[in-house]
Design a binder for this molecule. Structure first.
Ligand code: PMV
Length: 340
């Protein structure tokens, strides 16, 4: 235990704790940056956590991320997206910048396409609001976190912060207005049958902005080719939405496989991802694809029974996944979708 940690443990009992889910993009990553629809799912049982504790007078605003082995005092002159987000949140809450210690942790693999950064940021914003005795709407939380995501990713579509802040399966379409403002149309989607998913982690960390920037350069050099691919991805997203709403898991699998093929053509897959995708399919997954920005990170497999889920988990481990996570996305209620 270092001296700073010892100092932290002497904070008073004034504590607020909040969490936020990880996420998966089921269909439409990359194409979503170019205005095509995508479908994203929150992962209720794979989460990030934030705790706010009142610090001793004069201790400042401190962030503590034991998973990363990092602890720091927010310095407005330093490059510090999370610190800036903490300050922006306190400002939005009209809460005085005071002596606070924020402890951040997550069970979500970092830089893997599961939204760890947006989930940690969302948990922190929620915990600060809780500490201040206020509630922020999902739209307010999402907008605060989006600003922080821009610091990490350059031009993110906003899908991560949105699905995590709303914490429900979403249809997401991004538009750029005439004033170059990015706005998103979001709608909750119906999931008629629970989705039993197995997530395989290649263990290769990849910063989202690298494949996103690479796709942008290739799109600029060859816009027709890439726009055609993005349009095909958008059509798949529409078909995936229908399959989810009708509980057609058998029909959903091939759509996910087709999305993987398009992602390979877009140039964001990798041999490691493809090895895991092939292993999952051979072990009985009804469909499998990379999820998120690609080049590394995770892939997701859809299974249709507990038996095939364990077979896919075993196959992914054998094929070199450094971590395998099993999760279920619950069916949504039968009420007609409302506008978020
Ligand atoms: O941050 P990731 O790895 O979940 O990827 C985000 C999805 C992209 O479509 C590749 C980028 C974006 O901003 O939507």
């Amino acid at each position: 235990m270092n001296a700073d940690f010892a100092t932290m443990s002497s904070f008073s009992a004034d504590i607020a704790t909040q969490s936020a889910p990880g996420k998966l993009i089921l269909c439409g990553e990359h194409a979503v940056v170019y205005g095509q629809p995508a479908i994203a799912l929150p992962l209720a049982d794979i989460r990030a956590y934030a705790q706010v504790m009142v610090g001793t007078p004069g201790s400042g605003l401190r962030l503590y991320a034991p998973d990363l082995g990092r602890e720091w005092i927010v310095d407005t002159n330093a490059e510090d997206p999370l610190g800036e987000l903490a300050l922006a949140t306190l400002h939005a809450l009209n809460a005085p910048h005071t002596d606070l210690a924020l402890t951040l942790s997550a069970t979500i693999p970092i830089a893997s396409g599961m939204g760890s950064g947006a989930a940690i940021a969302t948990a922190m914003v929620r915990a600060l609001a809780d500490w201040a005795g206020q509630s922020l709407s999902p739209a307010e939380v999402s907008a605060l976190v989006y600003t922080s995501e821009q610091r990490y990713h350059g031009t993110p579509s906003g899908i991560d912060n949105t699905v995590i802040a709303y914490e429900q399966p979403l249809w997401f379409v991004r538009h750029t207005t005439a004033e170059q403002q990015i706005v998103a149309d979001i709608e909750p989607i119906t999931i008629a049958q629970p989705l039993t998913l197995v997530i395989g982690d290649t263990g290769i960390r990849s910063a989202t902005r690298l494949p996103v920037g690479d796709v942008r350069r290739r799109w600029q050099a060859n816009p027709h080719y890439y726009e055609d691919l993005f349009t095909q991805v958008g059509e798949l997203s529409r078909a995936v939405r229908v399959a989810l709403a009708t509980g057609d898991l058998v029909g959903l699998g091939p759509l996910l496989n087709a999305n993987q093929t398009l992602l390979e053509m877009i140039g964001v897959s990798s041999p490691e991802l493809e090895r895991l995708v092939a292993a999952a399919r051979a072990a009985g997954a009804v469909g499998a694809k990379l999820s998120g920005a690609g080049w590394g990170g995770v892939m997701v497999a859809l299974t249709d029974s507990t038996d095939s889920r364990s077979a896919v988990t075993t196959a992914l481990r054998k094929a070199g996944a450094v971590r395998v996570l099993e999760t279920t996305v619950a069916a949504t209620s039968k009420r007609s979708p409302r506008s978020a």
